[in-house]
Ligand binder design. Structure first.
Ligand SMILES: Nc1ncnc2c1ncn2[C@@H]1O[C@H](COP(=O)(O)OP(=O)(O)O)[C@@H](O)[C@H]1O
Ligand SMILES: [Mg+2]
Length: 361
């Protein structure tokens, strides 16, 4: 006979990957029902949009299935009420982003693959979809958002907080606004983490649907600390099609997976080139790299961005592609990716009471 205590004990070992506490301690486990070998319970998440929910459910099922006599596990999902959230999490740790709903960070294996281009155009495309969007340039090595957006002024302070700049309908903050060009700093991990937390805490981001973050490139300390400094962050990973770039990206993906950071998808940049006189796609850096990576890592390929000379020219002059030529092939791909991202945060499958079943053999 399986008992409720056994089920609770099994679930003690299942941690919420973000909060790093057991789901029982977080009072997420409710309504345990046991009949014969069948165990049902309700998992109350902080939000039904939790990108980790499938992972938590799977771990919970696996833990319960280990109890002798269990033949089937059924998990119903629900969301905690406002009061419960306030009781469990009395104070948001970072003031500046307390009203930000979602965080999307753009990562890459190495520099120069178009990470900033993707972050900037996705932020603008999300804004075009009607969302309130902020853009945080956290690339300490090469903060290039100020140049790509044509921003040369410095942000002002108000009531002890930094007011982000606004352009093209985005709220923007960059390490570049804070660094003196003539005094490049050498950043080490802990310092970067502290600085990014400060930008999340001390900047008046206000109410945002999305904060898009341009991470430092690579798998080094800074990109890890930045990703860890942002609560409930999900990643978009940028690659180019050639094998060497893919190897770097795999390394980056494995590292983020190890940290239990959810990855929404891969964007392949510089996928092909079309010359002005023909519709033929010339695959300068090879073909199929993004698809292969997507299959191998089991992460969706969100889109393929062409090599676009106007895009590059515009960025050099502070005019992002989506603003400069909203109907170009490139801009259409960016808009399509933004729609997929927005959809992944508001899936109707999130409806309360949804059951994820497992039937162990
Ligand atoms: N799809 C593209 N077509 C043409 N040029 C691009 C494309 N993507 C990026 N670039 C250019 O390549 C350079 C590096 O891109 P950037 O977004 O700064 O990369 P990262 O942030 O990864 O270093 C920039 O000059 C940018 O304008
Ligand atoms: Mg960059």
């Amino acid at each position: 006979m399986v008992t409720e205590n056994q089920v609770r004990e099994a679930l003690d070992s299942v941690l919420d990957p973000e909060l790093k506490k057991s789901i029982t301690e977080l009072e997420m486990v409710r309504n345990i029902l046991i009949s014969d070998g069948e165990v049902k319970f309700t998992l109350a998440l902080t939000t039904l949009r939790c990108p980790m929910k499938e992972k938590i459910v799977k771990k919970a099922q696996e833990a319960i299935e280990k109890i002798p006599g269990v033949s089937r596990v059924e998990v119903a999902l629900t969301a905690m009420s406002e009061e419960e959230l306030h009781r469990l999490f009395p104070k948001h740790p970072l003031k500046g982003i307390e009203k930000t709903a979602h965080f999307i960070a753009v990562a890459s294996g190495k520099g120069g693959v178009g990470k900033t281009t993707v972050a900037l155009n996705l932020a603008l495309a999300l804004k075009n979809e009607g969302f309130k969007v902020g853009l945080l340039d956290a690339d300490v090595y090469g903060p290039s958002i100020p140049v790509m957006m044509g921003l040369s002024e410095k942000p002002q302070s108000e009531a002890g907080m930094i007011v982000p700049l606004e352009k093209f309908g985005l709220k923007v903050m960059s390490f570049g606004f804070l660094l003196e060009e003539s005094h490049p700093l050498i950043w080490r991990g802990p310092l970067v983490g502290k600085a990014v937390k400060q930008l999340l805490n001390d900047v008046m981001w206000g109410e945002l649907d999305y904060l898009v973050v341009d991470l430092p490139p690579g798998t080094g300390d800074p990109s890890i600390t930045v990703a860890q400094s942002i609560p409930t962050v999900s990643l978009v990973v940028v690659t180019t099609p050639q094998e060497v770039a893919l190897a770097d990206v795999k390394k980056a993906i494995n590292m983020f997976k190890k940290m239990d950071i959810s990855i929404l998808g891969i964007v392949e940049n510089m996928s092909y080139f079309k010359c002005a006189h023909s519709d033929e796609k010339i695959e300068i850096f090879g073909a199929g790299g993004g698809e292969r990576l997507s299959q191998q890592m089991d992460i969706p390929l969100l889109g393929k961005i062409p090599i676009d000379l106007d895009l590059r020219r515009g960025e050099d002059e502070g005019r992002p592609g989506i603003i400069d030529s909203p109907d170009s092939e490139t801009s259409i791909v960016f808009k399509e990716i933004a729609r997929q991202l927005a959809a992944s945060f508001s899936k109707p499958a999130d409806a309360a009471g949804q059951s994820l079943r497992s039937d162990p053999k």
